[in-house]
Write a protein that binds this ligand. Structure first.
Ligand code: ROI
Length: 158
């Protein structure tokens, strides 16, 4: 079994319902055997500020899916929820990012793991700390140590 972390984010069309629906889709999938979810957090948009606040969470799964089939699944869930993405770094109905897959480094055209921006993003690291505070990140710090270096003052526990 493989362990993967997935970042969830939404800022359109009842974001909390979007995240919960996506989590149900993951939980019900036959190739996903365990699912743990962080708390949900409200967050200010990173990138353009003229868009609604986001809701973010992180899920930890155990899965028999290889990375690309897992990416395909995440993208199909995004599509099922009729993901709208109007512009780069603009508002979106549902974003599912594959953050980590075991301890693997993957550098493919479609998929880079660990996720390129996760270390900079409080809205990823804070929920990840709920699930895996002692996990060692690619910079050698634990999630908890790394969290203490980030400004998370804009995150609201829901
Ligand atoms: N900002 C926040 N707070 N949360 C997100 O999930 C998020 N996702 C994005 C961009 C537009 C970069 N900003 C975000 O893709």
């Amino acid at each position: 079994m493989n362990e993967a972390f997935i970042g969830l984010g939404s800022n359109l069309e009842t974001p909390l319902a979007q995240l919960k629906q996506a989590l149900i889709q993951l939980e019900q999938h036959s190739d996903i055997s365990e699912l743990a979810v962080s708390s949900f957090y409200g967050s200010k948009p990173v990138g353009p500020q003229d868009q609604p606040d986001f809701i973010n969470a992180v899920a930890k799964i155990k899965t028999s899916l290889a990375p690309i089939p897992l990416l395909d699944l995440l993208q199909s869930i995004e599509q099922n929820q009729r993901r709208v993405r109007e512009r780069h770094w603009g508002p979106r109905t549902l974003d599912l990012d594959l953050l980590r897959y075991n301890n693997e480094k993957i550098d493919m055209e479609r998929l880079i793991v660990p996720h390129r921006f996760m270390l900079e993003r409080g809205f990823v690291i804070k929920p990840m700390a709920d699930l895996a505070p002692d996990l060692i990140l690619e910079n050698g710090s634990t999630v908890m140590q790394h969290l203490s270096t980030l400004d998370t003052s804009d995150l609201v526990l829901l």
